[in-house]
Design a protein around this ligand. Structure first.
Ligand code: IMP
Length: 185
C-alpha cells in the first residue's frame, strides 16, 4: 500500500467485480440502443475504460473537461467547461460517466448544459457516491459504491494530480490534504 494512504476502501478485485455487475445492468437497460458515454476528464477515465470493455451494447465515447475555480471545498460547484464534446448528442441516449459525486453541484451544472442539447435520454453513472454530502438533488441512476465523507484517491481519483494510477481506492492520510481541503468532520 502507498505510504500516503490511510486505509484501502475497495481493492482492485472488488472494483472490477462491481464494475462488471454495473455494466450488466446498463447493458440490460439499454439493450438494442446505441449509447453515448460522456466521460468527465480526468478522474473518470480509468472507470470508463473498465466499464466500456464490459458493456454489451454498442457505445460511442466522448469527453468533457471541467475546470474548477476553487481548489478545495470553499466554493464547490464553481466550474466551467474547459473542453467541450466533439460529438453532437441531439437525439442520443447519453450516459454521463463520473468518478465521484460529492455535493452534486458540478453535475447539476453539467446536466443543465447537456440537457439543453436535447439528447433523447440523459442519465448519470458514477464510480463513487458521497451521498451524505449532497447539496442538490441529482438523479444518479448507476453507482458502484456509496462512500463516507472521507477524501479518497486511486482508480482515477487524484489529489493535486497525484495517486490517479493506484489500482485501488483508498482514504488519503489527512495531513496530506488538510491544508487545501479542510478537515473532515
Ligand atoms: P461536487 O460538485 O461537489 O459533486 O464535486 C465533485 C468533484 O469533486 C469530483 O469530480 C472530484 O473532482 C472532486 N472530489 C470530491 N470528493 C473527492 C474525493 O474524495 N477525492 C477526489 N476528488 C473528490
Amino acid at each position: 500500500m502507498h505510504e500516503d494512504i490511510d486505509k484501502i476502501l475497495f481493492t482492485q478485485e472488488q472494483i472490477h467485480q462491481r464494475i462488471r455487475e454495473l455494466a450488466d445492468e446498463i447493458s440490460r437497460d439499454y439493450q438494442g440502443r446505441p449509447l453515448m458515454l460522456v466521460t468527465v476528464l480526468k478522474g473518470a477515465v480509468i472507470f470508463l475504460a473498465h466499464l466500456a470493455e464490459s458493456l454489451k451494447v454498442s457505445v460511442q465515447l466522448d469527453f468533457l473537461g471541467i475546470a474548477s475555480f476553487s481548489p478545495g471545498r470553499a466554493l464547490p460547484g464553481v466550474v466551467r467547461i474547459s473542453k467541450d464534446l466533439d460529438l453532437d448528442i441531439l437525439d442520443k441516449d447519453v450516459l454521463v460517466v463520473e468518478d465521484i459525486v460529492d455535493t452534486g453541484l458540478t453535475l447539476r451544472y453539467l446536466l443543465s448544459i447537456l440537457s439543453g442539447r436535447q439528447p433523447s435520454s440523459l442519465a448519470v453513472c458514477t464510480l463513487l457516491d458521497k451521498a451524505t454530502r449532497r447539496l442538490v438533488d441529482i438523479p444518479v441512476k448507476y453507482r458502484c459504491f456509496e462512500i463516507p465523507d472521507r477524501f479518497v484517491v486511486g482508480f482515477g481519483l487524484d489529489y493535486n494530480q497525484q495517486y490517479r494510477t493506484l489500482p485501488y481506492i483508498g482514504i488519503l492520510k489527512s495531513h496530506i490534504y488538510q491544508k487545501l481541503w479542510g478537515p473532515t468532520p
